[in-house]
Design a protein around this ligand. Structure first.
Ligand code: SF4
Length: 427
């Protein structure tokens, strides 16, 4: 492992284009397209570069980051050179976050949105980059208050549109403040970031994120009054056809477990002459600004390519890390097993039961609890119902025994039915 990668792992930096992270199948290179948008030709170029300089596997993370896998020490400089020359990356110096905001892939064009979250993101990102001392993993969720609710994503700061002119703000997902005029949102967020960076500078090892602050310190970041949390909304639709403003459409597709090969990406790009492509935090791509016929044709093509095109696809309820052979720490082939598990538990997953398949305890794909967490151990899985990878397992099973016990009438199935019911009663 290179000295740079060792340092990156030690400090928990997000891997980025210039600082790749070493994994079992080589270096993982993260790239942020300029302005967070791609054309079909650019998508094809990224696919071609992933095949040429990596192992041809491409991922979209749950923070909507694009990642090229299987890059080597020899191929990395050439890949970076191509990405920079072809203006496919938006890279900046320093150890701070590359991009801080998380937004709906339909933002700015979604007729259900109460505010223009894309415009807000364009104001927040450059301001955040001027603040020194922010942690690399800091996240700001900008939710337009419409149908594509982002409640499922954690954030150090969250903005939620309340009406066309105002938004509420939440710190560390626990302190709601506001409302504030949308025009003041970006400077308000920048001021909070500056004050947070100052608090962090005094104790960088103890304060990594806003959630590490005491209630008093968190409250000291803003003079805004406390506010009620917005009313809960229906869960968002994570895949399918969407009507946009001005009689245009978007096709939102998911990559199974956040991953696809270069050829698949190339085929999607080649199918379109023109589109505004955004990365989706539901681990996929939104192809925006299409006419209805084009959007429907693309959805059919994506389905034929094995991608997720419907919101009730059970694979959307499964989080799986790269696993073996991609990751050197993995003790199980999570990706292939996740496909078998998603098929076996489909009826539970479409009801919202969550499954996390992790190659080891590190939990890269999903650090929090799931209704069923599986942790790779010597080719088998530790079974943790309703917990995280670090909780005590109920048993250790091989895949075939696990698939059997997920069938109706078996104990793990019964536990998950119960988890699904309790979710239903909460909703
Ligand atoms: S959870 Fe473990 S096995 Fe999976 S990608 Fe992370 S380090 Fe690798």
């Amino acid at each position: 492992m290179s000295a740079l990668s060792q340092e990156a792992l030690r400090r928990g930096w997000c891997p980025s284009t210039l600082k790749p992270m070493e994994t079992g199948d080589g270096w993982l290179v993260r790239l942020h397209p300029p302005g967070a948008t791609l054309t079909p030709v650019q998508l094809q170029r990224i696919a071609a570069l992933a095949a040429e300089h990596g192992n041809g596997l491409i991922e979209i993370s749950a923070r909507a980051n694009l990642q090229i896998r299987g890059v080597t020490a020899e191929s990395h400089p050439k890949l970076v050179e191509r990405l920079l020359t072809e203006q496919l990356v938006d890279e900046h110096e320093g150890d701070g976050p590359q991009r801080v905001t998380l937004v709906s892939p339909l933002a700015g064009r979604d007729p259900t949105g109460l505010i223009d979250a894309a415009a807000l993101v364009a104001l927040i990102e450059p301001r955040a980059r001027t603040v020194d001392g922010l942690p690399a993993k800091l996240g700001i969720v900008v939710d337009d208050g419409g149908a594509q609710a982002l409640d499922g994503f954690s954030g150090d700061i969250r903005l939620v549109g309340m009406d066309a002119r105002s938004a509420v703000l939440c710190l560390a997902d626990r302190l709601w403040l506001g409302p504030i005029p949308v025009t003041e949102a970006a400077p308000t967020v920048a001021a909070i970031l500056r004050d947070f960076a100052a608090l962090r500078a005094a104790a960088p090892d103890q304060i990594r994120r806003l959630r590490d602050l005491s209630s008093e310190a968190l409250a000291s970041l803003s003079t805004l009054p406390e506010a009620a949390a917005p009313a809960p909304r229906m869960p968002p639709r994570r895949a399918g056809l969407f009507a946009l403003e001005n009689d245009r459409f978007a096709t939102l597709v998911g990559l199974p477990f956040g991953r696809c090969d270069a050829e698949t990406l190339d085929r999607l790009g080649a199918a379109l002459a023109k589109a505004d492509i955004r990365l989706s935090p539901w681990r996929g791509l939104a192809f925006r600004d299409l006419d209805r016929t084009g959007a429907e044709a693309l959805l059919r093509l994506a389905g034929d390519l094995g991608l997720i095109t419907q919101d009730d696809d059970p694979r959307l309820s499964v989080q799986a890390c790269a696993g073996s052979p991609s990751c050197s720490r993995a003790e199980a082939p999570t990706m292939t097993d996740a496909a078998a598990l998603a098929a076996a538990a489909a009826s539970l997953l479409v009801q919202g039961v969550t499954l996390h398949v992790s190659g080891c305890v590190k939990a890269c794909a999903h650090p929090t609890a799931a209704d069923l967490t599986l942790v790779g151990r010597d080719g088998n899985y530790d079974i943790v119902p309703g917990g995280t990878t670090r909780d005590k397992p109920l048993a250790t099973l091989d895949l075939s025994a696990l698939l059997t016990r997920l069938q109706p009438g078996q104990d793990i199935h019964a536990r998950l039915v119960k988890a699904g019911r309790s979710m239903g009663s909460q909703g």
